[in-house]
Design a protein around this ligand. Structure first.
Ligand SMILES: [Zn+2]
Length: 283
């Protein structure tokens, strides 16, 4: 059971930062089509100081995808990204009733409007994923930095991997389709460091917000085993480290939060497609 008294203490949180490091065991290929200064057709991405980077957008995209899968498997209603019309709060084709949960009803930002004081006002509902990663109507609570390689540029030899395009129908190599991928060296255990900044939670129309963000982020990261291109050919395999975790216990997640995540509210109505119509009691 959720102990409300313990949860309330956790919610008085300001913005905080999760420091993280990806240790890439195999060669990494995070290419950028327009990069210059390399002989490769798909060169590796570097920042202006010449350091190898894994872009923030890629980490964010992968983490959102993994968190969506997790939350959906725990039976929480989740909207369908990345198309705006099927995401919160529009959710074309999905039942609004399913999403009308106390933890989804967000209060209007203070100082922006006073619509929530008007009679008949319906608060916008946003799923757990949108509350973290945002959507066209709601800013993201998570800010990702690029993951930057800690190894100095001069210590990293440029590695070109030849490849050929395969014609799937004829199952032969295509003529004149030899290409070169630039990757980081294999077995170098390159370390890429960055951070995820966590802004304070959205306020709910009633009750205190549950501090579920860190639990989801950490669980989602554990499902990202590889980044970049060529994952099926063994490129970009990695594991995560949390540099500040041991010292401060900053990543300690209270049991009550895991329990809350694992106890998604039961649906009040059945799907119309099941044939047997059951009308939900309350909306
Ligand atoms: Zn959503």
């Amino acid at each position: 059971m959720i102990q409300l008294s313990t949860i309330n203490q956790q919610t008085v949180q300001q913005g905080e930062t999760i420091e993280l490091a990806a240790v890439v065991e195999t060669a990494l290929c995070v290419g950028a089509g327009g990069s210059s200064g390399s002989l490769a057709d798909k060169p590796i991405l570097k920042n202006s100081q010449g350091q190898l980077v894994i872009p923030a957008s890629q980490v964010k995209g992968r983490l959102r995808h993994e968190c969506e899968k997790l939350v959906r498997s725990l039976q929480w209603p989740v909207c369908k990204s990345p198309v705006a019309t099927t995401m919160c709060p529009q959710r074309l084709g999905q039942s609004d009733t399913d999403f009308d949960l106390p933890s989804y009803r967000l209060r209007e930002p203070i100082g922006q409007t006073h619509r929530d004081r008007e009679p008949g006002y319906q608060p916008q509902t946003h799923c757990l994923i949108c509350q973290l990663f945002g959507n066209p109507a709601l800013p993201a609570r998570l800010q990702f930095s690029d993951l930057v390689c800690t190894e100095p540029e001069e210590n990293i030899p440029e590695v070109l991997r030849p490849g050929v395009s395969i014609n799937r129908r004829r199952r032969t190599a295509e003529e004149s389709k030899l290409y070169f991928l630039e990757t980081s060296p294999a077995n170098a255990s390159l370390r890429f460091e960055g951070s995820i900044q966590l802004l304070p939670p959205w306020l709910l129309t009633e009750g205190e917000p549950i501090p579920f963000a860190k639990a989801l982020i950490l669980a989602g990261l554990q499902h990202i085993h590889a980044l970049g291109g060529g994952k099926s050919t063994g490129l970009g395999w990695l594991h995560w480290q949390f540099p500040t975790a041991d010292a401060t216990d900053a990543l300690e997640i209270p049991d009550s939060v895991w329990q809350w995540l694992g106890n998604a509210p039961k649906k009040s109505s059945t799907e119309p497609s099941t044939g047997t119509q059951t009308v939900g009691e309350d909306a």
